[in-house]
Design a protein around this ligand. Structure first.
Ligand code: ARG
Length: 279
């Protein structure tokens, strides 16, 4: 007898990625510890780095990439990981950005997902949530960060909506302000993470639930954890040889992409792509 797979069984399959070419990318405000108006990105180089990431994903990794057009008044919209959290059966929990500077992106992402036939779920007002920047579906659970950009009320909402348990992880360092800057799910129960970005209890929760690869402070500062995982391929920011070694040892094929111009805004590979699930 065939049974319908449960949400839990379906929750982790990534089918496509959503990206946004940096046609209006810029640094015109400071909303995280990495952003300095005195050190703005070189737009031409940013474009080159984004294209290299896109071509690595589409041509070398073989990942299907969908594109959304960047709105001219939304310089950070390239960071599509923050659009929301896609759930199985074409559902999306739309982000409610902490900062007004990024709230302008919400209607564009809302519109794109509706046009693709998604059901959109909206969080209660005043409950900040920054999508896949702060939440991952892993093996029948939602693993989510809070404090910096996402409020804990969003975790309760996610758990009520999906019926899945939420592992709530407190982020304690302003440089690792989104979960995806310091926590890298690698499939199954394997993760790489930067322990110092979390409070002691979150570290304990991570160690209890996952097989872990610790990331060094040097490589965490190079956004080592901000990598895209597609099947057994990992596309990561250049210059993190130790994590690369651990991943290759475990059988992953690793690709490195220079990300300097996006790191100036506090993001790298993973921030530039949102995981879309199989229908
Ligand atoms: N400048 C953006 C912000 O501060 C960067 C977002 C990075 N995205 C991410 N998923 N970590 O919101």
């Amino acid at each position: 007898m065939q049974t319908t797979p449960t949400m839990e069984q379906r929750a982790t399959r990534v089918a496509e990625l959503l990206m946004c070419a940096p046609s209006a990318y810029d640094l015109v405000y400071e909303i995280n510890a990495w952003m300095h108006l005195s050190d703005r990105p070189d737009k031409q180089l940013a474009w080159k780095q984004w294209e290299q990431l896109y071509h690595t994903l589409t041509e070398q990794v073989g990942a299907p990439v969908r594109l959304i057009e960047q709105a001219s008044e939304a310089p950070d919209m390239v960071f599509t990981a923050n659009a929301g959290l896609p759930l199985p059966d074409k559902q999306l929990v739309l982000s409610r950005f902490r900062h007004p500077e990024r709230q302008v992106e919400e209607p564009y992402f809302d519109h794109w997902f509706r046009s693709q036939g998604y059901t959109i779920h909206l969080l209660p007002p005043d409950c900040a949530f920054e999508g896949e920047g702060d939440a991952f579906l892993i093996d029948g659970m939602i693993v989510a960060g809070y404090l910096k950009r996402t409020d804990i009320c969003a975790h309760r909402y996610l758990s009520q909506l999906t019926g899945l348990p939420v592992l709530s992880l407190e982020l304690v360092d302003d440089r690792w302000y989104h979960l995806d800057t310091c926590f890298l799910p690698l499939g199954g129960r394997l993760v790489a993470y930067y322990p110092e970005a979390f409070d002691w209890y979150a570290r304990r929760v991570i160690e209890q639930h996952f097989e872990t690869i610790p990331v060094s402070p040097e490589e965490a500062l190079k956004f080592a954890c901000n990598a895209i995982v597609f099947n057994t391929a990992v596309v990561m920011p250049a210059g993190c040889p130790i994590l690369r070694f651990h991943l290759e040892e475990r059988g992953y094929t690793v690709y490195e992409v220079p990300m300097s111009e996006f790191i100036k805004s506090g993001g790298a590979c993973k921030c530039l792509a949102l995981y879309l699930l199989q229908e």
